[in-house]
Design a protein around this ligand. Structure first.
Ligand SMILES: N[C@@H](CCC(=O)NCCCC(=O)O)C(=O)O
Length: 249
């Protein structure tokens, strides 16, 4: 069985006096063992890299989570110190990459910041510091130095029946982790809600009429892919979609 190549969007972070283009190992492990795929990290140089040329060589795109926020200027608002940090290089890469991949029918899985990028890429907006909004609960990670604790299961989400997510996880209510202070506001063009939390926070979306597999989750299935049923099913479904794309492109 062929192992599809999955492009992984990178963050740009300073370390030892350099800028590093990097992605957390948890996403890479989930692709290798959960999707039976080969991850390929794309440096975030925006359109300095011919993104179409890169996409012609891969079978899927994974947009990871990140502690940085999408630049509010990209959805008509002003950046502030409080609502950072930002990663302009990642934004300049992920938004055009996601639009192009979906237009070409390349399977896309977008997680947390990745789902927020997808929404902004299609003209939507984001809410910020949602824990301060009337009627919203706190969706931030627990304050802990232990990653398992930070990524612990936090709340249920209700999955829309007959949705792409519903077909993948075979359940209408699943328990998810939660590590975010932003959420989708106005939906981008063509995006459809696939799951919501009890406080109305959008937890998963797809793209109506997409040529290929497109799924985005606000939670982090990569972290518990080896032990959590729905997480395992999501990465397996993504890997199958990428294999199908590779076999038929
Ligand atoms: N910054 C955005 C997106 C949240 C996100 O991708 N969280 C993953 C962070 C992983 C970690 O904290 O280790 C938001 O806050 O909504």
């Amino acid at each position: 069985m062929t192992q599809p190549l999955i492009l992984v969007i990178s963050d740009v972070k300073p370390l030892d006096g350099y800028d590093w283009h990097a992605a957390p190992s948890t996403y890479l492990q989930a692709l290798i063992k959960g999707a039976n795929a080969i991850p390929v990290i794309l440096p975030s140089f925006g359109t300095e890299i011919d993104l179409e040329a890169v996409l012609n060589r891969v079978d899927g795109v994974l947009a990871t989570g990140s502690r940085s926020n999408v630049n509010p200027k990209l959805y008509g608002q002003e950046p502030t110190e409080a609502n950072g940090p930002y990663d302009l290089d990642r934004d300049a890469t992920s938004l055009p990459l996601l639009r192009l991949a979906i237009d070409k029918g390349i399977p896309v899985f977008a997680i947390c910041r990745g789902m927020q990028e997808l929404n902004v890429a299609f003209g939507g907006t984001l809410l910020t510091e949602i824990q301060e909004l009337e009627g919203r609960t706190d969706h931030r990670a627990p304050t802990s130095g232990d990653q398992d604790e930070r990524f612990r299961i936090a709340h249920p989400v209700e999955v829309k029946p007959a949705s792409q997510l519903g077909k993948a996880v075979q359940n209408q209510s699943i328990e998810v982790n939660s590590l975010h202070r932003q959420a989708l506001g106005e939906l981008g063009t063509g995006l459809e809600i696939e799951a919501q939390a009890a406080d109305g926070t959008i937890e998963a979306v797809s793209v109506k009429g997409a040529k290929g597999f497109v799924l985005a989750t606000q939670w982090h299935p990569e972290y518990w892919f080896a032990s959590d049923g729905p997480s395992k099913k999501l990465f397996s479904a993504f890997g199958d979609a990428a294999r199908h794309y590779a076999a038929n492109k």
